[in-house]
Ligand binder design. Structure first.
Ligand SMILES: [Zn+2]
Ligand SMILES: [Zn+2]
Ligand SMILES: [Zn+2]
Length: 126
């Protein structure tokens, strides 16, 4: 992919963000850098970054896709009041899922991946 100023700005945004970002959120942040890409351009760029395994697309909300830099495996909490997303990284959970996978493997079910997210309200919205 050509290293355009927009591509560089988008990857920097995602690297610096402490939470996954949606395309509308990225557009707001890019305006601060005098960049005004349309949604189609951004979605196309993000699709390519997902294909290249640089970025992960998170399906936390049926209406909005959130993006984050691909790092280690983890899950997410989404506040239904204000759409805040928090990364949830819990080794105990993963150990349990691993044990479950072994149980399922014994029944002939090979788990290759798992996805889920937690929904609720953040402390601002309770
Ligand atoms: Zn909230
Ligand atoms: Zn995350
Ligand atoms: Zn997991």
């Amino acid at each position: 992919m050509r290293k355009t100023p927009l591509l560089k700005a988008v990857t920097t945004l995602l690297e610096k963000a402490d939470k996954p970002l949606s395309v509308p959120e990225m557009q707001v942040l890019l305006v601060d850098q005098n960049l005004t890409p349309n949604k189609t351009t951004l979605y196309r760029m993000l699709d390519k970054l997902v294909t290249d395994e640089m970025v992960e697309a998170l399906l936390l909300d049926p209406k909005v896709t959130y993006y984050e830099i691909k790092t280690h495996h983890h899950h997410h909490f989404r506040c239904q009041g204000c759409d805040t997303i928090k990364c949830v990284d819990d080794p105990v959970l993963e150990t349990y899922i691993h044990a479950l996978e072994e149980k399922l493997a014994a029944k002939g079910l090979k788990v290759e991946d798992h996805h889920f997210s937690l929904n609720g309200k953040c402390n601002q919205c309770i």
